[in-house]
Design a protein. Sequence first.
Length: 360
Amino acid sequence: MRLLNRLMIVIGIFFGLLGSTLRAAPLLLADLDTGRVIYSDDATQLWYPASVTKLMTVYLAFKSVQAGRIKWTTPLVTSERAKAMPPSKIGMKVGQTLTLDAAIKILLVKSANDIAIIVAEGLGGSVEGFANMMNREAAALGMVDSHFVNPHGLFAEGQQSTARDMAILARRIMLDFPKYNNLFSLPAIQIGEKVMENTNGIIGRYEGATGMKTGFICASGFNVVATAQRGNKRLIAVVFGMPSAAERTLKTMDLFDQGFGPSMQGPLLESLPRRSGSEPPDLRGVICGRKDIGETDAASDGQNHTASRPAPPVLPPREKAEPLLVTLGPVKATAAKPDETAVPAKKPAKKAAPPPAAAQ
């Protein structure tokens, strides 16, 4: 009897810790245009950003195009390092090319890690050089709790952010590059015969959804940065640490419903107080069942990596939409080394390309 009581206590402690961990998931809702917070819960808690990291990768690509350092038609070359990336990935061959235009669309819909490396090497000369660019930009934007080690968001010590910082980044993307905003709401892309739907569950399900980016690794749970607009009101929602992709989508919809209803605006994003703590919580044992599980942002956006627990809620079906055709380039005879894929600023492409939004 005493042994049974002890067992029940241990079980109770485990599920109590599980519940408290998931309840601590950071949440943030802000007005995109004013930058003022509507709702926040642990919004400055350090967190592993997972693939929402790719928002910074895309932001730097937009800046590079704007500055004339690269064209949308510039071919980027696949390196050995890019080919070796784990899923989610396209499966590029060493030496194979694709334009920056195609790369950005694949990043935002498929969240392909091999493409993130290709873009990083193309813009920064190397992954390490691009990470330096990411950190300089984060500092310039006021993302005071963010630090980047890689361009894709797979687990790495030192890769961290907060819901507040990611909302700051999302806001700058939408305000600084409005002509590219509709890239974030692409419902699907098609490469050859393969159609890939956007991993963002609100696209095609929530009225007024305008997109942004999801992320998943076992250490972070299911993350998303999302935007929506109804009338003249534009909102940013950040949801981190959800136990499933479906619950992430539903929580995001709940936040948007709150924001589009009667709501009060609070402090500016930048004025939210920082929290003490040197590293994000590691949810691998909670989300995936054990702490040594491999880290991927799989095609299902991590749905198959959740630990044993009740089945997640079923989402309503998506509105059907035609996928955007994306074309990959040929394989070069000799693959470039990572530092050779950087695009020289003084050798622009001969033919100017329209912005990616024009291709929809």
